[in-house]
Design a protein around this ligand. Structure first.
Ligand code: NBP
Length: 472
């Protein structure tokens, strides 16, 4: 039997579909799953007639692979990844490589890369986005880690990745945990996008009284615009058309308003706090999901605090257009935060990220795919040292053209009593970032007053610190 080009460990949703994707591009594969029944099921139900060989022990699996061995580990993130690596390590030989395609924390990936590189093995921590369908038909891939291992893998990865007008949605991201870091921030941006869409929905449904068919029409229309055309807007439009077969009501109205989360949004915010990068839109999105989980308390509070939610009474089409502009402005701020975080992480962790290329590989396959990413790529191609996306001429002008609509939407939301935390945080970000002087002079005075923390003066050179005896 000819040796297999590629091996996949872990046959849950993602592993199964990625394995079939690799096989469909002409690469013979070997598969292994801890629970043999799952392997048998996969072979019987999905691998019939395909160039797939199943192994029922890791020893057998490793022997099936041609050298240097390429092993994709697609198991639950965290402890299971370490367990599989520890079991594989003694079975592999120098030059072989392990790819972790799960949603691993970048710090774990950093540790694993160092550990495996020291033994002569290659390790590629690879962010994979696109869910089940992306995995099968073409995901966005964010591989980082051992550069020489990536070179070996590239011919396979460029074939299995989503293809867009300017190439496959994969590129070597950078050393160590860079791939998983970029995937994490991608997910943080996804949280922001989803929350902004939810707020637009709330304003239009609760505030302006749009019906589900009307909401469908609005989102379908927005999806045709250059600014908002994206996978998330497209599926949002679709969601408003789905009827529940049991009750014949709109399914979206029957879905419980408590959002789940698996942690990558929280990780993004935690990393941003550690690196000192403001990401208020993503933070608002994570908080909104947490607040939504307090369902019982909210139901009880609604009985106690009975402030009415107002109804919008002006021209609906004007309001719809203003919400569209507010959504776009907020989205630009959210991406500005995400890219600024990547920039800082790249400096701090020596990732050597190419921000334009990172935006490009999100154009296909993944959840945040959008026409708008072309503009981000163009902005960083024109100026790779751009400190913030808001300073790129295209983004700056787009916001200045729309900011009055954005402000009016926020005034209206406040008057109606509809919470729009991500819209508000985005505007706060914009208004703070563009201010030459913020009120933190007072904060510094207070810190010096109660804690002798000292302050710098506007009329003296930077780096000179002063203390005042505030109390006479
Ligand atoms: P899961 O995250 O649900 O993991 C299930 C797989 O892990 C099974 O194959 C299971 O084997 C294996 N596993 C576990 Br649990 N513990 C193990 C251990 N100690 N040793 C060996 N194998 C073990 O699978 P998934 O949803 O396909 O996701 C895989 C990874 O991809 C995750 O990190 C996930 O976050 C990431 N991801 C998921 C998506 C998505 O849309 N689902 C998208 C992008 C990335 P068993 O069958 O023997 O229990």
């Amino acid at each position: 039997m000819t040796k297999r080009t590629f091996g996949v460990i872990g046959l849950a949703v993602m592993g199964e579909n990625l394995a079939l994707n690799v096989e469909s591009r002409g690469f013979p594969i070997a598969v292994y799953n801890r629970t043999s029944a799952k392997t048998e099921q996969f072979m019987a139900e999905r691998a019939q007639g395909k160039d797939v060989k199943a192994a029922y022990s890791l020893e057998e699996f490793v022997q099936l692979l041609e050298r240097p061995r390429k092993v994709l580990v697609m198991v639950k993130a965290g402890g299971p990844v370490d367990k599989v690596i520890e079991q594989l390590k003694p079975l592999l030989e120098p030059g072989d490589m392990i790819i972790d395609g799960g949603n691993s924390l970048y710090e774990d990936t950093e540790r694993r890369t160092q550990d495996l590189e020291a033994t002569g093995l290659g390790f590629v921590g690879m962010g994979v986005s696109g869910g089940e369908e992306g995995a099968l038909k073409g995901p966005s891939l964010m591989p980082g880690g051992t550069a020489s291992a990536y070179q070996e893998l590239e011919p396979i990865l460029v074939k299995i990745a989503a293809q867009v007008d300017d190439g496959p949605c994969v590129a070597y991201i950078g050393r160590g945990g860079a791939g998983h870091y970029v995937k994490m921030v991608h997910n943080g941006i996804e949280y922001g996008d989803m929350q902004l869409i939810a707020e637009a929905y709330d304003l239009l449904k609760l505030g302006a009284g749009l019906t589900n068919p009307e909401l469908h029409a609005v989102f379908a229309e927005w999806n045709k615009t250059e600014e908002l055309n994206s996978f998330l807007i497209e599926i949002t439009a679709d969601i408003f058309t789905k009827m529940d077969t049991e009750t014949d009501q709109h399914l979206v109205d029957l879905i419980m308003d408590t959002a789940g989360q698996k942690g990558t949004g929280r990780w993004t915010v935690m990393s941003a706090l550690e690196l000192g990068v403001p990401v208020p839109t993503m933070y608002a999105a994570v908080n909104a999901r947490i607040m939504s989980s307090y369902k019982d308390e909210r139901v009880a509070a609604a009985q106690e605090i009975t402030a009415e939610v107002g109804t919008f009474s002006g021209d609906k089409q004007t309001f719809i257009n203003q919400v569209r502009d507010a959504l776009y402005c907020s989205k630009m701020c959210s991406y500005a935060q995400g890219m600024a975080l990547l920039r800082k992480a790249s400096q701090e962790y020596n990732y050597g990220l190419d921000l334009g290329e990172d935006a490009r590989i999100w154009k296909g396959g993944c959840i945040i795919r959008a026409g708008f990413l072309d503009k981000i790529k163009a902005a960083f191609t024109e100026n790779p040292d751009l400190p913030n996306l808001l300073l790129a001429p295209e983004f700056k002008q787009s916001i200045l053209d729309r900011q009055s609509a954005w402000r009016e939407v926020l005034v209206m939301a406040n008057q109606l009593g509809i919470a729009v935390p991500a819209f508000s945080s985005s505007l706060d970000y914009f208004d703070s970032y563009r201010r030459e002087r913020l009120p933190q002079n007072l904060t510094q005075a207070q810190r010096d007053y109660f804690g002798a923390h000292t302050y710098e003066r506007t009329d003296k050179p930077k780096g000179e610190f002063f203390h005042t005896q505030w109390m006479e």
